[in-house]
Ligand binder design. Structure first.
Ligand code: PGA
Length: 252
């Protein structure tokens, strides 16, 4: 079995700040009705914090795992409004997204803070999904790999390479998130290959996802690339049909 075959596929839906109890009930039912799991494909959804319990109950008999959209870097204490990794674990989360570009930009999360969140997630027994990616300007000026390399190495320096054994990396070019633009297969594959090389000895085993306007119509082409192990979805994860179609596209 080669490295590619050893790595399971993973499709993660990031609901962002969307949903209501009623809308979630329909979406969760759609997902559980349509996806019964696959030997080589894992699926997960990341609802807003306040709906984690609702999702956890709805997914109890389902192979779809639960994740959160961010986590605080501290264990507990006077951090009003924040959520600790142990709380996410308590609610049944397996994954947590760290360093999503919307949080880096809108909440001013720094590379160092993202590294602390990655560490805190692992300490709590969660699998971090570390997002990295360049802005449009960084790509156009030829600095994409420099930015991505810096975002990754800040975490590697904090936790060590071996910690990536139990982590997922997601490449999300900022200019492709929520815009309808997708990186070309060549652009995506180049970055994924770079990330794998930067991860050295563990690189061959780390699941590296692509994110940014992935839809049922382009998923198969992206998943055919040798270094793309799945997808981090935003918009498409709000439709059960689209989410499950992309999970099915991940079946080889
Ligand atoms: P999108 O979002 O699929 O809506 O582009 C991706 C993400 O932010 O993870």
């Amino acid at each position: 079995m080669n490295e590619r075959q050893r790595r399971r596929r993973l499709v993660v839906g990031n609901w962002k700040m969307n949903g209501s109890r009623a809308a979630n009930a329909g979406l969760l039912k759609g997902i559980t009705d349509l996806w019964s799991g696959h030997a080589n494909v894992d699926a997960a959804i990341c609802p807003p914090f306040v709906y984690l319990e609702q999702a956890s109950e709805a997914l109890a008999q389902s192979p779809v795992a639960l994740g959160a959209q961010t986590v605080n870097e501290h264990d507990a204490g006077a951090y009003t409004g924040e959520i600790a990794g142990s709380m996410l674990k308590d609610l049944g989360c397996r994954y947590v997204i760290v360093g999503h570009n919307e949080r880096r930009r809108m909440q001013s999360e720094t590379d160092a803070q993202v590294a602390d969140k990655f560490h805190a997630a692992q300490q709590a027994g969660l699998t971090p999904i570390l997002c990295v990616g360049e802005s449009e300007q960084e790509r156009e000026s030829g600095h994409a790999l420099e930015t991505i390399g810096r975002q990754l190495s800040t975490v590697v320096n904090r936790v060590g390479l071996q910690a990536f054994d139990k982590a997922v990396v997601a490449y999300e070019p900022v200019w492709a998130v929520g815009t309808g633009k997708t990186a070309t297969p060549e652009q995506a594959e180049e970055v994924h290959r770079f990330l794998r090389a930067e991860l050295g000895t563990v690189g061959g085993d780390v699941q590296i996802l692509y994110g940014g306007s992935v839809k049922p119509g382009n998923a198969k082409q992206l998943f055919a690339l040798p270094d793309i192990d799945g997808a981090l979805l935003g918009g498409a994860s709000l439709s059960a049909d689209d989410f499950v179609a992309i999970c099915k596209a991940a079946i080889e």
